[in-house]
Design a protein around this ligand. Sequence first.
Ligand code: ZN
Length: 314
Amino acid sequence: MESIITLEPVFKEKIWGGRKLETEFGYQIPDGPVGECWAISAHPNGDCTITSGEYAGKTLSWLWDVHRELFGNEGGDRFPLLIKIIDAKDDLSIQVHPDDAYAAEHENGSLGKRECWYVLSAEEGGSIIVGQRAHSREEFAQMVEEGRWSDLLNELPIKTGDFFQIDPGTVHAIKGGTVILESQQSSDVTYRVYDYDRKQDDGTLRPLHMQQALDVIDFEQVPPTSGAIDLGDAPVAQLESNSCYTVELVRVGEDGCPSALTMPTPYPFTCVSVVEGEGTCCGMPVKKGSHLLALSACDELAFEGAMTVVTSHL
Ligand code: ZN
């Protein structure tokens, strides 16, 4: 049975995107500002094509629909996760995502969007917006109306290696100069609160969605004060675990961690993204920018080399 597959990423042109997906990750990308690499995705807006093994040429959504046994017969009508690299040359819009219940009702049965960010690189003095300070819809709407953005938004300094969990209802924005690995629910529903009055090439503004944003913002949430994480000495550090996903950071041959490591993967599937360095995974050569999808037949991941890897599973 097929145990590990590779996929062809889908690239997304964005007004805030840059060229680092080519210059730093070596992907062949389209011309223009490219903001996102959908590396492991079965979402209809970017369904990756399989590039290895007996299912080469088929899409990941096809594999999920037709060969569920490869995913341990996991339930659900869609492959549930989406792994992206985001190159923000400029600021992304101030935005918020709905939870599953709101998205199911208002967005044609879509999943909500819970996401998390591992910061791959950040400019000196870089920052990020996670959370806001209004206590009610009325207060939020008024602060937006008055343009009191710095009072309203919780802006934090960031550095390489920071990690942020973004629950549905959290107002957030990735700022320019930042490259991030995003692990998220397979959803493309974003409610924009503010887009800096930026014009697209055709002179129009991207739409805002203030009413939906006010519906979904979690006004009880306390904004974080830092994205710093303590990895400890162990080669495998859990970054986040919730009802949608568990995300782990794996260090191989770095920071005093051994150059060979085996990790059990008793899951329906495991997403594997190499974010720094190079080596092998189950004997396959991998390097920064490589993504693999380990299927349920893969009982363990054997890493060798000098690299940093982010994994995610249900
Ligand atoms: Zn988001």
